[in-house]
Design a protein around this ligand. Structure first.
Ligand SMILES: Cc1cc2nc3c(=O)[nH]c(=O)nc-3n(C[C@H](O)[C@H](O)[C@H](O)COP(=O)(O)O)c2cc1C
Length: 321
């Protein structure tokens, strides 16, 4: 069994965090990840009212007695309601772990996390942001390299360099990811000094993941070459699956398209249509290069058991002769 500072801090069995995924990290999926031994992270930004968010937390509490976290989204323009409303509910319901991502957490929010005794993890893409979070009182920091699915930020640092840079630069434990899809990746992240891995893209094809089977099948057929960076022209670079909508977005950006032209292609509403109806080109889906390593559609439990076993074997049998 791999024990690390993060498994101890969060009280989880495996050194694995199931990355927040907008519109996908709902209560049932989060509970499946936590029940399988990882840390499930609920995407609060999915919920448009206090009541809906309360129901989601209650649902998780009904489905698992294992640790889980809530993500507070700090990306500008993505908050449907004030983040303080989510934090009120988290305090009322006794949520113990909070993850922030997007920009540095405003100091008023950090104070609230600390007052409520929550363990606070901040996710970012570079040492300077990790140091800022540490100075604001973060208990752990997650860093994801340029290979990752979703927001890549502006610094474009690959996982192999980013993790040890941040491990050397901060005192708090580090969770690392970007391209981790199997046990060799988990072993690598641990070798680089991280105390756990964060996985996003590889979880998209698990049986419990609430996206249409057409999309899972298409992602299973994707290789490491089938991702694309979009939205750099509007200051919100994301790595996504290279479908027709992503191609269109890249063309619109290359020809100087406006903010509205880009947003029209990448809207959350279109992505949700894709997830629900399996219409593969309706919108975009964040996806990292690690999708090329994913060949099966396991349950989350099978997936986690397998990768942890493979990581243990890799660590034991690494052969440099
Ligand atoms: C479909 C999808 C949606 C995502 N949505 C979010 C999000 O809303 N907020 C966030 O902080 N990260 C988001 N991410 C990033 C993941 O939480 C995680 O950091 C990343 O996927 C890890 O890298 P990997 O995809 O290479 O495993 C998303 C990733 C994917 C694949």
């Amino acid at each position: 069994m791999i024990k690390t500072k993060i498994t101890e801090l969060l009280g989880i069995k495996y050194p694995i965090v199931g990355g927040t995924m907008m519109s996908i990290s709902t209560a049932d999926f989060v509970a499946a990840i936590s029940n399988a031994g990882g840390l499930g992270v609920l995407a609060s930004a999915i919920y448009k009212s206090k009541e809906e968010f309360e129901k989601a937390i209650d649902r998780i509490l009904g489905l698992t007695d294992k640790p889980f976290a809530v993500n507070i989204n700090l990306f500008p323009g993505m908050q449907l309601i004030d983040n303080n409303v989510y934090i009120d509910v988290m305090q009322e319901k006794g949520v113990k772990i909070v993850e922030t991502s997007g920009h540095a957490a405003p100091s008023d929010l950090c104070v609230r996390f600390k007052e409520s005794g929550m363990t606070w993890i901040h996710k970012c893409v570079g040492l300077r942001y990790a140091l800022k979070a540490e100075s604001l009182g973060a208990d752990a920091v997650t860093v994801v390299g340029y290979e990752n699915g979703g927001a890549t930020g502006k610094l474009d640092i690959g996982t192999l360099v980013l993790i040890p840079t941040v491990v050397d630069g901060v005192k708090i434990p580090v969770i690392g990811g970007g391209g981790i899809s199997d046990g060799r990746g988990l072993a690598a992240v641990l070798a680089l000094g991280a105390q756990a891995a964060i996985l996003g893209s590889s979880l998209l094809v698990t049986q419990e993941c609430p996206i249409h089977d057409n999309l899972k099948q298409a992602l299973l057929n994707a290789s490491e070459l089938d991702t694309k960076l979009v939205m750099r022209s509007i200051g919100a670079t994301h790595r996504v699956w290279a479908n027709a909508a992503a191609q269109k977005c890249a063309e619109v950006e290359a020809s100087g398209g406006s903010f509205e032209d880009v947003i029209n292609i990448v809207s959350g509403e279109k992505s949700r249509k894709m997830y629900e109806k399996g219409d593969l080109d309706a919108g975009i889906i964040s996806c990292g290069q690690g999708i090329g390593l994913v060949k099966e559609k396991p349950t989350v439990q099978e997936f986690f058991d397998r990768i942890v076993h493979q990581a243990e074997e890799t660590i034991k049998t690494i052969d440099i002769s």
